[in-house]
Ligand binder design. Sequence first.
Ligand code: NAP
Length: 284
Amino acid sequence: MGKTYAVIGDPIEHSLSPSIHNTLYEIYKLDCEYIPLKISIEQIPDFFNTVLGKKISGCNVTMPDKQAVIPYLSWVDPDALLCQSVNTISAEETLKGWSTDAPGLRTALAQFGCRYQGKNLLLYGAGSAASAIALDFARNGGESIAVCNRSRAKAEAICSLLSKNAPLPAKAVWDETFLEALETCDLLINTTPLGMSHTGLQFASLDFLEALPGHAFVCDLIYNPFETRLLARAKELGLSCTNGLPMLIFQAFLSFQKWFGILPTMEDYKMIYEKLVSELGKRG
Ligand code: NAP
């Protein structure tokens, strides 16, 4: 067997990443395997000391480890460092880290004809995915950003990060200002776990969607369930939308490119998308 790659996180057993990467190894005839490794934050030092660079050549990183891996890397992409979130590590020579989450989302949205240039973004949630998406949106032509989060301080922290690093208007919104932001919103992205299977968490009301203009695009980073209540309601209102599965696949493609220098094709995307839809269907 050639090289081994992994996705680390905790929990990790339901990750779809092994399915995506092992399929790419088959397509590109690479003598590699990709495995899930349950690594809690406490196990990270041991993982870097005994596994990464020794038994495995690189890894993806998922919750809760995306920030905790950073001190162990020799080089981190500057925007990943600003957002304190790494999801891709190469251990070929030195230990290098990137985040492909936000570029993966940008690529996914472009497949739906939704490009950032000139758009007003409303981010719901202000965690690590939100801050990476906000910075990437600002770097790629976005017009303005509003951030709504239950802890206002975290929404304000994203705006502060943007004010120091990207020239675009950004403001934290809630209550009345949230409703105002909806009226001028071109792209709404849910980055919270509200609506995710097995969490029991749901939006208290989805009436706020009615304030969106008819051309607005709605994106939920969740892909399990395949259609969240947020997306079902957005569809009822005639809005274009997507779940997080295209983002998941494109962030994986961009990780694959970091490791192998090959960007998978749209043919690969279509095939893997169908495969994952079937896998998610079997899980229920
Ligand atoms: P995170 O850093 O933990 O941030 C979660 C955000 O959700 C925070 O703003 C948090 O608010 C908010 N939140 C949590 N529980 C909430 C509740 N009950 N009510 C209202 N707000 C709540 O997580 P993350 O890394 O940004 O990931 C966010 C989501 O994106 C996750 O669902 C993750 O699975 C998904 N994701 C998907 C992909 C993909 O490829 N599709 C990639 C990355 C992430 P507070 O700040 O107040 O705690």
